[in-house]
Design a protein around this ligand. Structure first.
Ligand code: SF4
Ligand code: SF4
Length: 136
């Protein structure tokens, strides 16, 4: 399935000169369009891009970016969790490419960090009680 998404990439200082985004084309067969690029006062690089390609490649590309140290923020979509529905089964933990879910070893509950979410929608399909919801 083909997808096209707009996301915001935050590059820490040490990554600003590295050709990270170009590897999305070369290694993951994705197309991207830079809509906006600028530096913040803290010399962090900020880039708004539109990425298109196959869902599978998109997920791998996003994982590559986050593993490289790039922080990703979704632009137009927001994913939330319906706390009443979540059973803390943990099915979402391994499928999330940005590690937005974490098991608390003490409480055995699954925490969701919305800040890390890039709205890839993987957890929405995978969550058995349909606790994850997409909003536009
Ligand atoms: S898959 Fe759904 S029910 Fe299970 S922990 Fe994740 S959000 Fe909760
Ligand atoms: S939509 Fe779900 S799987 Fe995708 S990044 Fe957000 S929390 Fe992770």
């Amino acid at each position: 399935m083909a997808v096209s998404k707009r996301i915001v990439l935050h590059f820490p200082k040490r990554l600003v000169d590295r050709p990270i985004v170009y590897r999305l084309v070369k290694d993951y067969n994705l197309e991207f369009n830079i809509l906006k690029a600028f530096f913040t006062q803290e010399a962090e690089g900020l880039m708004v891009i539109e990425i298109s390609g196959e869902q599978n490649n998109y997920d791998k590309g996003i994982r590559y970016l986050t593993e490289s140290g790039v922080r990703i923020q979704s632009l137009s979509q927001d994913v939330t969790r319906n706390e009443q529905r979540c059973t803390h089964c943990g099915a979402c933990i391994t499928i999330c490419p940005t590690d937005a879910f974490e098991l608390d070893p003490l409480t055995k509950r699954v925490n969701f960090d919305n800040e890390r979410c890039v709205a890839c929608e993987q957890c929405i399909k995978a969550c058995p009680p349909r606790a994850m919801e997409l909003h536009f």
